[in-house]
Design a binder for this molecule. Structure first.
Ligand SMILES: *Cc1c(COP(=O)(O)O)cnc(C)c1O
Length: 611
């Protein structure tokens, strides 16, 4: 970050600051300011200072006077610190020499929507403005030593470099280093003074040495993507141009809609009365004894339609209704997401089209039958390998052709931004419940471990969501290892994948060197996906979560074990999470919560073959 020292009034101090290589020197040409520069210096003296970063600060000044002072003082930048509007700025820019830049100050008060508006209007001016500056709002137009709530900067789309001003000091510099979009320059003033206009050069010298060192504290920030949909380096929205309007509409509206009281009331009511939530957090005495630790099972298998997928399907159908869409499309592999979507559409009377690979249709006849009975049209994807990834491609093609009428319900935390975040939020009810259920049962909200299986990663994202930023909670993800990592028949994306773009987002992808997607393999159709959501790719890269690769055989063994000692037949996917118990030694007192993402009815054929 660069540094600007503002409110200069003394020539000897200015010379020292120049010798210290300070990037910007600020001169206040506002008569009411205690640091009004023309009280002590002349324009000529300012002109004689040999520096390329001389900034003149003006407050609601006349254009002619600004031009006159700029020329006489040899200013390089004009900082407009009052209520100058877009017309004023446009006119000033026309009259100024082209090499003189304009910095527009935005004074931040309590009304964040007002700030958002101002920033948008100013940024519309594009080339007339070279930088923005954010300062604390005050009647005296700055120099108060007060900070504003810097969090608001994380909510803004700031497409220009910006100066940060207002009460900056050594006490709060660490907080500035944690801002998502770092300031181009810090503007320091009253906190580095002996009295107004008289700078404390020693203090400034010390400050220079701490400004650009690495942040001392690192807060955990894994739960939410940034405003462009990135979790670290993963995520984003890579879609064909024809989908921009739809994706942008979603990006702009999803948070407002799903956080609204009206939406939440409807959604929560459905989860409770239709899905049957809260699902139990079941203390498994038998697994606990066997593995000598405290095992709790989050019973998503008891949801209506038999898995966690209904949480997302209902949320998205509700969202589609609010967006005025009449037609729903979805992709499905094993048919679980297709069934959940068809269910939600039947309930809310929306047309439902499900794309499914031709091979999957043949393999998953019962689910195809359910979808049809629920009134959905199942369209076979006949291209490529005729499985899940081809179904996604067909669904995307449909969306392009029917963008205005149709909402695409993605079934996991994958796809272009905002889908990963949207799906994670709908599934986050899982960890929300775990928290209060644990509190009720053992008196504390945080377990020692949470474990879930990862296909795309939606049940895992829901299980981890309220724990990823709690350092005390350890996180374990179980991927489908298939026949084993070296077998060529696996779906363990974090172990085998490389950075790539799949289905609209940048993440880890199983691919050949020239970017051809490798067909994954897993005994469980729900984990048989060549990618992984960006949320999880980031947890993997940052080592926030530990990843296990579970083979088909290990998963089968765990499924039979749970059935025999607890009388619960789990989905094969969920059995991968259970298998972690046999791979990692937990302490006797550890509280280990495992997400039982679904029930095993759909897997009976496989189970019977392996009895
Ligand atoms: C679909 C499915 C999964 C895998 O999907 P995620 O998005 O990774 O959760 C896991 N378990 C069950 C029961 C499923 O139906």
């Amino acid at each position: 970050m660069k540094l600007k020292v503002c409110g200069l009034t003394k020539l000897n101090q200015i010379r020292e600051l120049v010798a210290m290589n300070i990037d910007f020197l600020g001169f206040i040409f506002y008569e009411k300011s205690p640091r009004y520069v023309l009280n002590t210096l002349t324009c000529n003296e300012i002109k004689s200072i040999n520096h390329q970063g001389k900034i003149g600060v003006f407050v609601n000044e006349k254009i002619e006077k600004i031009i006159d002072i700029t020329e006489k003082s040899g200013l390089n930048f004009i900082q407009l610190h009052g209520d100058e509007d877009e017309n004023f700025i446009t006119e000033l820019k026309q009259k100024l020499k082209p090499e003189v830049g304009i910095i527009k100050a935005i004074r931040v008060g309590n009304d964040s929507s007002e700030v958002k508006n101002q920033v948008e209007n100013i940024l519309n001016l594009k080339s007339q403005i070279s930088d923005l500056l954010f300062d604390t709002d005050s009647k005296s137009f700055g120099g108060t030593g007060k900070t504003f709530d810097w969090q608001i900067l994380n909510e803004l789309k700031i497409t220009k470099p910006y100066f940060l001003s207002g009460g900056i000091s050594e006490e709060n510099i660490e907080n500035i280093k944690l801002l998502e979009q770092q300031p181009f320059a810090l503007d320091i003033n009253s906190k580095f003074e002996i009295e107004p206009g008289n700078k404390d050069l020693e203090k400034i010298k010390n400050f220079i040495s701490v400004v650009n060192t690495a942040p001392k504290i690192k807060i955990m920030n894994y739960q939410n993507p940034d405003k462009n949909g990135y979790y670290g380096e993963f995520g984003g929205a890579f879609v064909p141009e024809m989908l921009y309007p739809n994706v942008e509409q979603l990006q702009n509206q999803y948070l407002d809609i799903i956080n609204s009281e009206e939406f939440q009331t409807e959604f929560r009511d459905l989860l409770k009365n239709y899905v049957g939530r809260a699902t139990p957090l079941y203390f498994s005495k038998n697994l606990s004894e066997k593995y000598q630790t405290q095992v709790y099972l989050k019973r998503e298998d008891l949801n209506h339609t038999g898995a966690h997928k209904i949480n997302n399907a209902l949320g998205q159908v509700l969202l589609a209704k609010k967006l005025g869409k009449k037609r729903i499309i979805a992709e499905t592999g094993a048919g679980q997401h297709g069934v959940a979507t068809a269910t939600a559409c039947a309930l809310m009377n929306l047309e439902c089209i499900v794309y499914m690979g031709e091979i999957d249709i043949a393999r998953q006849a019962p689910n195809v039958g359910r979808m049809k009975m629920l009134g959905a049209t199942v369209i076979p994807a006949t291209s490529g390998s005729k499985t899940l990834k081809d179904a996604v491609n067909e669904a995307l093609r449909d969306w392009i052709n029917n963008a205005s009428t149709t909402h695409y319900i993605i079934g996991s935390v994958v796809g272009p931004h905002p889908f990963p975040d949207l799906v994670a939020r709908f599934q986050s009810v899982i960890s929300e419940e775990i928290k209060w259920q644990l509190k009720e049962k053992i008196g504390r909200e945080n377990p020692d471990y949470v474990i879930a299986c990862v296909g795309g990663g939606s049940n895992a994202a829901g299980t981890f969501y309220h724990f990823v930023d709690e350092p005390a909670v350890k996180i374990i993800a179980a991927e489908a290892g298939g026949f084993g990592l070296d077998s060529g028949k696996s779906a363990a994306t974090t172990f085998l994948g490389t950075l790539g773009v799949l289905h609209g987002s940048k993440s880890l992808v199983m691919q050949t060197e020239d970017g051809q997607v490798i067909e994954p393999h897993s005994i469980s159709a729900g984990l048989d996906y060549p990618g992984i959501g960006p949320f999880h790719a980031n947890l993997f890269k940052e080592k926030r979560a530990e990843f296990f690769s579970i083979t088909d055989e290990e998963a089968l063994k765990s499924a039979f074990e749970l059935t025999q000692i607890e009388g619960i037949i789990p989905a094969l996917e969920s059995a991968h999470a259970l298998a972690v118990l046999g791979k990692k030694k937990f302490k006797k007192e550890d509280v280990v919560v495992i997400c039982l993402s679904g029930r095993g009815d759909k897997d009976m054929e496989t189970y019977l073959k392996n009895l």
